[in-house]
Design a protein around this ligand. Structure first.
Ligand code: NAI
Length: 461
């Protein structure tokens, strides 16, 4: 038993960042984590391992499609999946060990085990009670299940099992055309699987800018992914031919089925709060999410919650920002998160990234806006790298020219978006981006050109 200023439950990006910030602010800090390694879903079975596989499979794909065009000869490489998974695992280990190092450096106690809140100010870990002035719940999320589709993490998998397949499946059926489905679907498509994505809605990636959705689907189709839209998956049964996935068309109610060797269930995630003792404590929840006020405080004094267990997008960086802000709040400062400027990235090839409002949302808001768009075809660097598909679109207020949103599909979109994020944080106008000198030749020139297109016009279009 020990006394702390703060105990954080969960060591994912929300929890571990919160712990480090608390320690930096002079608070005596402990973090409870039951996994063998720190870093939560993101580092262990989410963002980091999937990015390793996306990177490796993209290089493999490029070796098949681009190398010869650039004069790189010598036979086409093949894939050794177990070795690729070793590479992925070593990436995970170096990152999780890195967090362990940061905990030691910042004198944060790692309470190993699963935490339960006994009472305000009291956290039980492995039968031992620890006291804290503040408790932060950062227990993240888990994959949602689908009735009639029983996950075994071998042939019917969530993202966790999809990172550990023993071989590249001949036929992969992905349920859900969201971020996970398209990222992991891309990995296996590049490695040789025939990938079919079944999506409930009439479009892929719900919530994205409609023009980006269309371009994205067209590019993915060209890469070999097949899409069945407007179809609700009813169930999946194992047969002697593999797994039969049954779905019903939402247009005419007709039922159909598709055979697969592996099925990836990617239909969203739900908050993970099991075993925390929330009901006994009377912590208020809404549709499984913990309810908090603007200071991330629950209805129980001294208990806070951040990240995937509360409302908002389930994104590691949103959780990190909340982690820092809640640490500052607990330390008596004024923690703040600007929810209007949280970027989203899909790490496919090309990448997709966006921040702020979409055109559809601006129309709903009744706000008059202008659009500045620039295709990567006009960007010299992108063309020379065979990465000229896609565009940058900047939305700005019609009167004031203030940047309201940006939508990028193209090379390094996930990095390019941050120029617009900084601009939005400073309340910049599109003209501010347009008048900023951008190095040539860079991909970021496409962002400047889109900003120019909000005014008198882009130069290279
Ligand atoms: P998602 O919410 O992005 O997409 C799920 C999709 O499944 C939706 O399009 C939905 O319409 C569809 N769906 C639901 N039920 C269905 C059914 N019965 N039949 C057919 N389609 C169905 O969820 P996803 O991709 O599982 O990701 C979960 C969370 O993880 C998201 O919040 C995402 O933002 C986050 N994430 C973020 C990443 C990133 O930032 N790059 C990477 C991976 C996950």
């Amino acid at each position: 038993m020990a006394d702390y200023d703060v105990i954080i439950i969960g060591a994912g990006p929300g929890g571990y960042v919160c712990a480090i910030r608390c320690a930096q602010l002079g608070l005596r800090t402990a973090c409870v984590e039951g996994r063998e390694t720190l870093g939560g879903t993101c580092l262990n079975v989410g963002c980091i391992p999937s990015k390793a596989l996306l990177h490796a499979s993209d290089l493999f794909h490029q070796s098949q499609t681009e190398f010869e065009k650039m004069g790189i000869l010598g036979g086409k490489p093949s894939v050794d999946l177990p070795k690729m998974l070793d590479y992925k695992q070593s990436t995970v280990e170096s990152n999780t060990k890195g967090i362990e190092f940061l905990f030691k450096k910042n004198k944060i106690d790692w309470l190993k085990g699963w935490g339960r809140i006994e009472a305000p100010g009291k956290v039980n870990v492995n039968g031992e009670t620890h006291n804290a002035k503040a408790i932060v719940i950062a227990t993240g999320s888990e994959a949602s299940t689908l009735p009639g589709v029983e996950v075994d993490e071998e042939t019917i998998v969530t993202s966790t099992g999809a990172l550990e397949l023993k071989e590249v499946p001949k036929r992969l059926v992905v349920i859900g055309a969201g971020v996970i489905g398209l990222e992991l679907g891309s990995v296996y498509s590049r490695l040789g699987s025939a990938v079919t994505v079944i999506e409930y809605l009439d479009t892929i990636t719900p919530g994205l800018d409609a023009e980006v959705q269309k371009t994205f689907q067209r590019i993915l189709k060209k890469q070999g992914l097949k899409f069945i839209l407007n179809a609700a998956v009813q169930g999946a049964v194992k047969t002697d031919k593999g797994i039969s996935v049954n779905y019903k068309s939402r247009k005419d109610d007709k039922e159909a089925s598709l055979d697969a060797d592996v099925v990836l269930v990617a239909t969203g995630r739900r908050p993970y709060t099991q075993g925390l003792g929330l009901e006994e404590l009377g912590v208020e929840t809404e549709r499984g999410m913990i309810k908090t006020n603007a200071r991330w405080q629950t209805n129980i004094e001294g208990i806070y919650a951040i990240g995937d267990v509360i409302a908002g997008p389930m994104l590691a960086h949103k959780a990190e920002d909340e982690g820092m802000a809640v640490a500052e709040t607990v330390a008596g400062q004024k923690g703040h998160v600007n929810y209007d400027v949280i970027p989203s990235v899909i790490y496919t090839a090309p990448e997709v990234a966006f921040v702020g409002r979409t055109e559809q949302q601006l129309k709903e808001d009744g706000r008059e806006y202008k659009v500045g768009k620039f295709p990567f075809m006009g960007n010299a660097r992108a063309k020379s790298y065979f990465l000229a598909e896609g565009f940058v679109k900047i939305l700005a207020d019609k009167e004031t020219d203030r940047v309201l949103g940006a939508h990028i599909i193209g090379p390094y979109a996930g990095d390019l978006i941050h120029e617009v994020c900084v601009a939005m944080e400073f309340g910049a106008a599109a003209e501010d981006i347009a008048r900023t000198c951008h190095a040539h030749p860079t991909f970021s020139e496409a962002v400047r050109e889109a900003a120019l297109a909000c005014g008198d016009g882009a130069i290279h279009a």
